[in-house]
Design a protein around this ligand. Structure first.
Ligand code: NAD
Length: 364
């Protein structure tokens, strides 16, 4: 049966990059695709950044692919109407607790990293960040006035066994499809929640994943190691706060925002189906929107993650990844990743090139 994919292009460059993904999915086939509005586009049409009907569609879909939301047009809206609230509601109501951020360096772009080329060439890390718990959501929280006239701000870092185990399980399962190594990251030396994290991850490993090599690392050391010797890592699993920082740090090892995909996964239901949202890491890039300048690869690679992790269509995912690699090797680049001596191409031409490379590689 055709897999149901809900596409939410969003704002700014979102619709431009998603148009290229749509061509590619149509070529691969096997999907029943619906499109909807999110972010500023949804606000303009319905007065809300995520309509209830769109949310219901997302909850029914086998996977959701999102472009980007936001832009200056909606910057002055009240907090609850801002485009970003649409995305946050989607993530929350789909209960997406595991955020997957690959940091992958394509050979042709190794020179674009701010680190030495040798350190990042061939880099392939997967950071799994817990997304719905920890200090961003813990109670009590707030700012209170103290009797002495000072103010006091409080946030609470809190994790339960089940919250830790479900995200660690995602990391171990991913590692089994990769190099079978997981590094669990916390601050067990100074935080009880970190100590619990370490113990629960170790217990799960010993019970169910002894075939995967598990190591533990303090978050501050991990930040150092990511810029010192990033290739030592395979899968990193960590909490919401540390994952926020470390995934951005790892992303920058790869050079350009226009190349970074992501996935957010929820729990498996009785049929083994996981709620899943795939989206590029970049935003709506209002500075280049509508000018055929955006790099569609982050969105294309997000679609490849969808094929790999939601639909087990590994051959097609590999084909897309290899096609992107070939296009980059051939020196076909959008403005964000262009090198001296190359002429930048537009969004549509980049989509053309990826499709042509897929045809060549598959002998079509
Ligand atoms: P941004 O990611 O949109 O852009 C940062 C810079 O990177 C810009 O110079 C942009 O031109 C460039 N860039 C981004 N994606 C690119 C691509 N695919 N190809 C070529 N260049 C690309 O971040 P920003 O400027 O801080 O935010 C712009 C808007 O996007 C804001 O409204 C912000 O709230 C929103 N935003 C949305 C998301 C999301 O939808 N997930 C994420 C971040 C920011």
């Amino acid at each position: 049966m055709a897999k149901r994919v809900l596409i939410l292009p969003g704002d700014g460059i979102g619709p431009e990059v998603m148009a290229q993904v749509r061509r590619l999915l149509d070529r691969i086939g096997g999907f029943s695709i619906d499109e909807g509005l999110v972010g500023g586009a949804a606000y303009d049409a319905h007065g809300t950044p995520l309509h209830d009907d769109t949310l219901a569609e997302a909850l029914k879909a086998d996977a959701v692919l999102l472009g980007a939301v936001g832009g200056p047009k909606w910057d002055t809206l009240p907090f609850a109407d801002k485009p970003e609230r649409g995305l946050l509601r989607l993530r929350k109501d789909m209960d997406l607790f595991a955020n997957l951020r690959p940091a992958l360096v394509f050979d042709a772009l190794a020179g674009a990293s701010t680190l030495k080329t040798d350190l990042v060439r061939g880099l392939d890390i997967m950071i799994v960040r817990e997304l719905t718990g920890g200090v961003y959501f813990g109670e009590p929280r707030g700012i209170e006035a103290l009797p002495n006239g000072e103010r006091r701000g409080v946030n609470t870092q809190v994790y339960t066994t089940s919250e830790i185990v479900r995200v660690a399980r995602v990391a171990f399962e991913l590692a089994r499809k990769r190099d079978r190594r997981v590094c669990s990251v916390e601050k067990a030396n100074v935080m009880e929640s970190g100590l619990l994290w370490r113990e629960e991850v170790q217990t799960l490993h010993d019970a169910d994943y002894a075939d995967v090599a598990l190591s533990h690392m303090y978050a501050d050391n991990c930040a150092m190691q990511l810029v010192r010797q990033p290739k030592q890592f395979d899968v990193i699993v960590t909490d919401n706060l540390f994952g926020d920082l470390l995934s951005d740090c790892a992303a920058m090892l790869t050079g350009s925002l226009g190349m970074l995909p992501s996935a957010s996964l929820g729990a498996e239901d009785a049929d083994g189906r996981r709620k899943a949202l795939y989206e590029p890491v970049h935003g709506s890039a209002p500075d280049i929107a509508g000018r055929d300048k955006a790099n569609p690869m982050a969105c294309i690679l997000s679609a490849s993650m969808m094929l790999r992790y939601s639909f087990d269509r590994t051959a097609e995912a590999d084909l897309i990844d290899r096609a992107c690699q070939e296009v980059l090797n051939a020196g076909i680049r959008t403005g964000d990743i262009v090198e001296p001596g190359m002429t930048p191409v537009g969004t549509v031409a980049m989509g053309d090139a990826v499709l042509a490379a897929m045809d060549r590689l598959s002998g079509a």
